[in-house]
Design a protein around this ligand. Structure first.
Ligand SMILES: [Ca+2]
Length: 484
């Protein structure tokens, strides 16, 4: 009998860090996640290093699966090269049964390498939750069928090729993926441990959900935090996430978005509860490491933004809860972590050798108090337009786009929502200078300077006289260009 722990890795899409009741959000109901917080360790300072493209999900997921940093990916994570070890592939090579259901945003080869079993695979970024086109699991790893599908059937003549065998009409994506995961788990009867990867499409927009979640939250009672009608322009105004609501933003409209966002999260929470219940019924819960996290945050009205194309806390911080053997109950850890630290950490918890291509830091020492290399700063990027650095208290954000050159400095201890810009306050000049030096130092890394987004940002930053401002690429081109 094998006693190595199983892993249940639950990934949501676009869930901001502060959307869990037990961690301080009194407006949202998340009883299952609250129970996980009680049964395990919640990381209150988990980050992504931003994104190099507007579809932040894509590089973020590639980082989770390769354990590599933002500028060490290939094609911004659209595909994953065969010489970059993958998390689930590594577990599979070490005797784990690996099962993957739901969203996969990093090409078909990487999915095929990762999983020995799976179901309802959505190869893409986003879709109507009630009509998700998915691929059935293929043992031969060939996912080459393209079907032409309509993007917005009532309002548009636009179609796109999507990699799928069928469409799931009238089943919400959260239920579709959970039910398949439950079916698989019910039938699991093996001496080999499993690594289950359950990857939701929610709470990504379009924000739809079944009852009772659809009417669970009264928009009038939703909190408006650092609300603004508009943000100063820095070149993201036309990206898809931003145009789902009109400019200038209206308080009532934003409250409706928040109510729907919370409804979708409560829906996921209820289905995560079903997964946990089944693990308990099957006697697997105590020997299963559960990871609950998300691929990026979301503004939902904060700073006049709707999406995740920023380096504000609401964009780069995500929830992270871990439970299971060796993980203390009821613990809170406020140390800085990146999502791509999870791959080496899980390897360590399951006694698997960490592959050489992994760049993340194994933070499993936090559970045993045995010491590890704690990150002291967070460096983050958005495309070729924004760079940010934060130490344990202060955060510097630099925006460069066309004629825009804006610097922000925030004291996160006194101003966690980043509302008061101290960049030009002489009392904070030392902090600005210190962080500017750290920002430049981080940006010097060869991987970033060789990356198109890095080259452009730093050419703007240092006002390179030979630099020619590139033409703005439409989000439609980046989102819906069919794979060849
Ligand atoms: Ca996402």
């Amino acid at each position: 009998m094998n006693n190595r722990p199983n892993v249940l890795f639950i990934l949501t899409d676009d869930q901001r860090y502060d959307t869990i009741h037990a961690l301080g959000n009194s407006h949202i109901q998340t009883p299952s996640l609250d129970a996980l917080c009680e049964d395990g360790t919640a990381f209150t300072n988990a980050h992504i290093p931003g994104g190099t493209v507007p579809a932040v999900c894509m590089p973020s997921r590639a980082m989770i699966h390769t354990g590599r940093g933002l500028f060490s990916l290939s094609e911004n994570g659209k595909t994953i090269p065969s010489d970059h070890a993958l998390m689930c592939e590594t577990f599979r090579q070490n005797g784990y049964i690996t099962y993957g259901v739901g969203k996969w945003h990093n090409g078909t080869d990487s999915y095929a390498r990762s999983f020995s079993d799976g179901d309802e695979i959505f190869f893409g970024g986003m879709w109507d939750h009630w009509n998700v086109p998915t691929y059935e699991f293929r043992k031969d790893g060939k996912y080459d069928r393209l079907n032409n599908a309509c993007i917005g059937q009532y309002f548009s003549n636009k179609t796109t090729y999507t990699r799928a065998t069928h469409i799931n009409m009238g089943v919400h994506s959260t239920d579709l993926f959970t039910d398949k995961a439950l079916d698989w788990l019910k039938n699991y009867d093996s001496d080999e441990p499993f690594f289950m990867y359950v990857s939701y499409l929610a709470p990504h927009d379009p924000r739809t959900m079944p009852e009772p979640f659809a009417s669970m939250y009264d928009p009038d009672k939703m909190p408006l935090e650092c609300f603004a009608g508009e943000h100063f322009r820095y070149g993201i105004e036309d990206v898809r996430d931003e145009i789902i609501e009109a400019y200038p933003r209206k308080a009532d409209a934003v409250k409706r978005h928040i109510a729907d966002y919370f409804g979708m999260i409560s829906h996921i929470d209820s289905r995560v509860g079903d997964l946990i219940r089944l693990l308990k019924e099957k006697g697997l819960y105590d020997n299963t490491i559960i990871v609950f996290t998300s691929d990026n945050g979301l503004a939902v009205g904060r700073h006049g933004l709707m999406g995740k194309q920023s380096c504000y806390e609401h964009g780069i911080r995500i929830p992270l809860i871990m439970t299971g053997p060796g993980i203390p109950k009821g613990m809170r850890d406020d140390g800085y972590h990146y999502l791509y630290d999870l791959f080496p950490t899980l390897c360590s918890l399951c006694s698997i050798e960490i592959p050489d291509t992994v760049e993340g830091i194994d933070f499993s020492g936090v559970f045993s108090n045995s010491g590890y290399e704690q990150r002291r700063e967070i460096y983050a990027a958005f495309g070729d337009k924004v760079r940010a650095i934060k130490d344990e208290r202060f955060k510097l954000i630099e925006y460069r786009f066309q004629k825009v050159a804006v610097t922000q400095l925030f004291d996160l201890k006194n101003d966690p929502l980043e509302t008061c810009n101290l960049a030009d306050n002489p009392e904070y000049a030392d902090h600005r200078e210190r962080l500017t030096n750290r920002l430049i130092e981080n940006g010097k890394k060869a991987e970033e300077r060789n990356h198109k987004a890095g080259k452009i940002f730093w050419s703007r930053y240092f006002k390179d006289p030979d630099f020619v401002e590139p033409e703005v690429v439409s989000w439609m081109v980046t989102m819906y260009k069919p794979d060849k």
